[in-house]
Write a protein that binds this ligand. Structure first.
Ligand SMILES: [Zn+2]
Length: 145
């Protein structure tokens, strides 16, 4: 059972690494395949008596595990597709608070034009932008002038 969670975490991590790329969509499309193949061949485990010491007829008693595997395939593929569709973080210069793309701006600009956060901004969730007249910002202006 722990393999269900491990497989899901590995697939979702790979989907996160390859967001909005062809490889990411391939991962999302193909990640259900191994689980579905496992579900297909679970009745073979019933033949060799997996899960019980009593002799079994092929496939009997393994329907529950097959249902779990089908559910695992649907959940893993669905969440992987959702993760792949998430936007990638900006690769160039960006505001540390609002993630506004600063790549086309003057390099000497020290304030985000979108939210007013100084260039030494931060990305803490729930925290507001820094005050313009903070000590750090003021001392930087003093040295620039
Ligand atoms: Zn900003």
């Amino acid at each position: 059972m722990i393999l269900f969670a491990v497989y899901a975490v590995v697939v979702w991590w790979m989907a996160m690494r390859h967001r909005r790329t062809l490889a990411g969509f391939a991962i999302a499309a193909l990640c259900a395949l191994p689980v579905l193949l496992a579900a297909r061949y679970v009745p073979v485990l019933g033949v060799i008596g997996y899960g019980s010491a009593a002799p079994r007829t092929p496939g009997r008693g393994m329907e529950g595990l097959q249902i779990l595997l089908f559910a695992e395939a649907v959940v893993v593929a669905g969440v992987a597709l959702f993760i792949v569709c998430l936007p990638r973080p900006p690769s160039g210069r960006h505001c540390g608070y609002c993630w506004y793309d600063l790549s086309g701006l003057d390099p000497d600009t020290d304030v985000c034009p979108e939210c007013g956060t100084p260039r030494t901004g931060y990305a803490r969730p729930g925290a507001g932008p820094k005050v313009q007249g903070s000590n750090t910002h003021r001392s930087n202006q003093g040295t620039a002038l």
